[in-house]
Design a protein around this ligand. Structure first.
Ligand code: NAD
Length: 518
C-alpha cells in the first residue's frame, strides 16, 4: 500500500438499525465467549502462567468479571526480554513486504471483527459505543498506516552521487522493544505502538496496562491467527512497577515505547539513561505523557459551536483522554453568555452503563481514578464555585458525574494538574492576549484549541499556542491517524507524532553503505 492511498477507517453510524443490531450481537458474543476467560502470558512463543493471577472487573458494574490474567514478576519479564533478543536476528531479516502484508492482513481481520473488539472496550474500560468504535477504527488505521510507512521508509534513500563510489543508506531495525501502553486507548495505542515496532523488524515485549489486558489478549490472538510468529511478540501481564520496570531496566532492551502518565514517563526516562551491566547501547525512549489541555474561546466566535466542542472534549470518555479539554479559557466579553449556554447542557448529561445503546457517559476506570476525581472536586470547591456537579449515577460502578468550576485562577491546582476525569475549570481572561498566555502557562503542551473568527488571532495562536496538536474552531480531542499526527511538547513527552510521517524512524537506525567501484 502507498501511504498516499491511506484513508481513515470510517466510524459506524449507530443510528442505523442494522448497525445497532450488529453491535448488540457483538456485546452478547463478548459476554458469552470472552468475559471471564483466564488469559495466558506468551514468552518465547510458548503459552505460560504465573505463580499468581489477578482479575479485571467492569468499571461500570463491578459484579461483572472481565478476565483473569497472569500476575508475573521481574523474573518472567527478564525472560521475555531475553527471548525477544533471541528472536531478533531472524525476524529483523524478514522481508519488509512480508511484514507489511502480515499487518495489512491483521488490519483486515480487525475490521471484520471490529464490533467484538469495541464491545470488549465497553465492558473492560467503560467506553460508550461511539468511543469504543473510534478506538477500534484508530487501531485499524495504525496497522495500515505504519505498514504503508514502512514500505516507503524501505525505499532507497537519497544520497549525493560521488564518482567512483556506489553509496546507499538504508533503515534497519534496532532490537528489542519494551512496549508499555496505557489503559485509556487500550486497543488503538497498544496495537499501534506494538505494530510499529514489529513492522520495523524489531521484536517486542508487550505489557498491557493492568486495567485492560483482555482486549490486548484478544488482539494477540488475532495476530497469531493472521500468522505472526509467536516468538516475536512476547506478552506479559502484571504490575507496571514490577514487570514494566524490569523490562525498562533490562540490558538487552534496546528501546522503550511508553505512553502513560508524566510521573511514570519521567521515571522511565531516568532509568533508561542508566547503563546496565552488559548493555551495549544507549536505550532509545519514546514517551508520550499527560496533558492539561485548553480551549481558548475568543469574543468573536460561534459560541454555540464552542460550547458543544468544549462539552465533547471535556466529557467524552469521562474526561479520560490525554487530549481532554480540562480548561476553558474564555474572553470576559462572552464569559457569562458562554456559561449560560454551557451549564444546562452539562447538567443534562446522564450517566449510564456504556454497553447500553445511547449511554454516552460512563464510569471512570478504577477506584484510584474515582478518588482522584473526587479529591480534585474538593479542591475545585475551595478554588472556585461549583456550577455543575452531582446527580444520579448508576450503582455498582465507579461513576463521577460531570463537574464545572467557575472562577478558577490560571495558577490554581485545578488549572494546572491533570485530573483525568470529568472536571472542567473555567478561566476568565480580559482579552485574547491574556488568553494565549494562560493557555501556555502549564508544564504540558499536548493539545489545544482556539475558537475565533478573528484572522489575526488565528495567526497569533497558530504561532504561539505551544502544543503538539493545535486546532482551530473545533474540539481538542479526536485526532485522526495520518491527518493529525499526534504527540505533545514539554512534559507531554517526546512528541513522537503517532500516526505521522516520521513515526517509524524511532524504531529504526540508518546504515550507510559505500562501495568503491572502478
Ligand atoms: P500510567 O503511567 O499509570 O501507566 C502507563 C503504563 O505504564 C501502564 O502499562 C503501567 O502498567 C505502566 N507502568 C506503571 N509504572 C511503571 C513503571 N514503574 N515502570 C514501567 N512501567 C510502568 O498511565 P495510565 O493511567 O495507564 O494512563 C493515563 C495517562 O496516560 C494520562 O496521564 C494520560 O494523559 C496519558 N496518555 C497520554 C497519551 C499521549 O499520547 N500523550 C495517550 C494516552 C494516555
Amino acid at each position: 500500500m502507498q501511504l498516499s492511498d491511506f484513508r481513515n477507517e470510517p466510524f459506524t453510524d449507530f443510528s442505523q438499525p442494522e448497525n445497532q443490531q450488529a453491535f448488540e450481537a457483538a456485546l452478547s458474543k463478548v459476554r458469552e465467549e470472552y468475559l471471564g476467560r483466564t488469559w495466558p502470558c506468551w514468552i518465547g512463543g510458548q503459552e505460560g502462567a504465573g505463580k499468581k493471577t489477578f482479575e479485571g472487573r467492569d468499571p461500570g458494574d463491578q459484579s461483572r468479571h472481565i478476565g483473569t490474567y497472569q500476575e508475573l514478576g521481574a523474573a518472567e519479564a527478564n525472560r521475555a526480554v531475553e527471548q525477544a533478543y533471541e528472536a531478533f536476528p531472524e525476524w529483523s531479516r524478514t522481508d519488509v513486504q512480508y511484514r507489511v502484508d502480515l499487518f495489512m492482513r491483521a488490519a483486515q481481520a480487525l475490521r471484520e471483527r471490529k464490533h467484538e473488539f469495541s464491545a470488549m472496550l465497553c465492558y473492560e474500560v467503560g467506553k460508550s459505543w461511539a468511543e469504543a468504535d473510534g478506538d477500534t477504527a484508530e487501531a485499524i488505521d495504525f496497522l495500515e498506516y505504519y505498514a504503508g510507512q514502512m514500505l516507503e521508509t524501505a525505499q532507497p534513500q537519497m544520497v549525493t552521487p560521488v564518482a567512483g563510489e556506489h553509496n546507499r543508506m538504508t533503515y534497519i531495525p534496532i532490537g528489542v522493544g519494551a512496549i508499555i501502553p496505557p489503559w485509556n486507548f487500550p486497543l488503538a495505542i497498544m496495537a499501534g505502538m506494538t505494530a510499529a515496532a514489529l513492522i520495523a523488524g524489531n521484536t517486542v515485549v508487550l505489557k498491557p496496562a493492568e486495567q485492560s489486558p483482555a482486549v490486548a489478549a484478544m488482539w494477540l490472538e488475532l495476530m497469531h491467527e493472521v500468522g505472526l510468529p509467536k516468538n516475536v511478540l512476547n506478552f506479559v501481564t502484571g504490575p507496571g512497577e514490577v514487570v514494566g520496570a524490569a523490562m525498562v531496566k533490562h540490558p538487552r532492551t534496546r528501546f522503550i515505547s511508553f505512553t502513560g502518565s508524566r510521573q511514570v514517563g519521567l521515571w522511565i526516562h531516568e532509568q533508561s539513561a542508566k547503563v546496565q551491566k552488559g548493555q551495549q547501547w544507549m536505550k532509545r525512549l519514546v514517551a508520550e505523557m499527560g496533558g492539561k489541555d485548553s480551549m481558548l474561546i475568543d469574543a468573536e466566535c460561534d459560541l454555540d459551536a464552542a460550547v458543544d466542542a468544549v462539552i465533547a472534549a471535556a466529557y467524552g470518555f469521562q474526561g479520560q483522554k490525554c487530549s481532554a479539554c480540562s480548561r476553558a479559557i474564555v474572553h470576559q466579553d462572552i464569559y457569562d453568555a458562554f456559561k449560560d449556554k454551557l451549564v444546562p447542557k452539562v447538567a443534562a448529561i446522564k450517566a449510564g452503563h456504556p454497553a447500553e445503546y445511547g449511554s454516552n457517559f460512563g464510569p471512570v476506570i478504577d477506584p484510584e481514578a474515582l478518588k482522584k476525581s473526587n479529591d480534585y472536586i474538593k479542591i475545585g470547591k475551595k478554588e472556585g464555585t461549583m456550577l455543575v456537579g452531582g446527580g444520579d449515577a448508576p450503582d455498582g460502578g465507579h461513576y463521577v458525574m460531570p463537574h464545572v468550576f467557575d472562577g478558577i485562577a490560571p495558577d490554581a491546582k485545578l488549572a494546572q494538574d491533570e485530573v483525568f476525569g470529568p472536571v472542567l475549570a473555567l478561566i476568565k481572561v480580559k482579552d485574547f492576549e491574556e488568553g494565549l498566555q494562560v493557555a501556555n502557562n502549564t508544564d504540558y503542551g499536548l493539545t489545544g484549541s482556539v475558537f475565533t473568527d478573528n484572522e489575526e488571532h488565528k495567526q497569533e495562536a497558530m504561532d504561539r499556542f505551544h502544543v503538539g496538536n493545535f486546532y482551530i474552531n473545533r474540539k481538542c480531542t479526536g485526532a485522526l491517524v495520518g491527518a493529525h499526527p499526534f504527540g505533545g511538547f514539554n512534559m507531554s513527552g517526546t512528541d513522537s507524532k503517532a500516526g505521522g510521517p516520521d513515526y517509524m524512524l524511532q524504531f529504526l537506525q540508518a546504515k550507510t553503505i559505500s562501495e568503491k567501484i572502478s
